[in-house]
Design a binder for this molecule. Structure first.
Ligand code: GLP
Length: 274
């Protein structure tokens, strides 16, 4: 696992966005061989999306042959609701880049048969040839997508009941009213994310410090589902300094030293300059 510790949220977002754009460009997607990108919602990726938009507008990355699969969606929230993950993705990313509508995949939390919807989603990912790069954030309790503590580490796309912790964390988007937050979601499984050829996680802010500690320096546990990243052959974490406060000093120094030797942050920031 690579862990990149950036100065702050802005640097994290720019370095991660440049990294993603570079991966797409290296792959050289075509209509016959598109790049499959897994997308998260939440506040963590907002800066990354803003930067990818800038790169796209500057002609430095092209989404014409990029196919996306989103991580999750609330159950029972109308698609046009401003807090649906459909709205989030179109408002914050897809409306501003040259992606084709038919290349966007987001779970339908209003499907008449939710189980069939989840099975169909897995099938679509498989038919597309798997995901090349899955981007993600983490919840304060270390969850990835909506794989709440206790989720099977080999889980697939399914319905999940949200925990009180997640409902409280997300009520800021619903007038701070826990009763307005949907109680269930459809989510890709931990196994679905881990099947991607590469997984990139964003983790920023002091409220994510415990999650980062469990994700990278404790053992793998279904109570901190993002810790499964330790099993992935190509896992990369972009965090900011604030998220590192629960790490052992030796862990922090180890990763800082490694990135200094590799010149990784400078390399990523140097890919594109917009
Ligand atoms: C929700 C989403 C996750 C996201 C998490 C953290 O639970 N399902 O995919 O990572 O929120 O969100 P934020 O980035 O706003 O902290």
């Amino acid at each position: 696992m690579r862990v990149l510790i950036t100065k702050n949220y802005d640097e994290m977002s720019r370095a991660a966005a440049n990294y993603v754009a570079h991966r797409i460009n290296e792959f050289g997607p075509t209509a016959e061989r598109p790049f499959k990108l897994g997308c998260p919602t939440g506040s963590s990726p907002l800066g990354l999306y803003k930067h990818l938009i800038k790169l796209n507008k500057a002609g430095l990355v092209n989404f014409e042959n990029v196919v996306t699969f989103n991580m999750d969606e609330y159950v029972g929230l109308p698609v046009e609701h401003p807090e649906s993950y459909h709205s989030f993705m179109w408002t914050n990313f897809f409306n501003h880049i040259n992606i084709k509508k038919e290349n966007v995949h987001i779970l339908d939390g209003n499907a008449p048969d939710l189980i069939a919807e989840c099975e169909h989603y897995e099938q679509m990912i498989a038919e597309a040839g798997g995901i090349d790069l899955f981007m993600g954030g983490v919840g304060p309790d270390g969850h990835i997508a909506f794989n709440e503590p206790g989720s099977s580490l080999s889980s697939r796309t399914r319905i999940k009941t949200l925990t009180t912790n997640t409902i409280q964390a997300n009520c800021r988007f619903f007038d701070n009213d826990v009763n307005k937050v949907p109680k269930q979601a459809l989510t890709v499984g931990v196994g679905t994310v881990m099947d991607a050829r590469e997984v990139l996680i964003l983790c920023n802010g002091p409220h994510k410090a415990r999650a980062l500690h469990h994700m990278i320096e404790n053992g793998i546990s279904h109570m901190w589902t993002s810790s499964m990243l330790q099993m992935h052959a190509h896992g990369i974490v972009f965090c900011d300094e604030e998220a590192t406060v629960e790490l052992k000093i030796s862990t922090y120094e180890y990763f800082k030293d490694k990135q200094r030797i590799e010149g990784a942050i400078e390399e990523f920031l140097g890919y594109y300059n917009v």
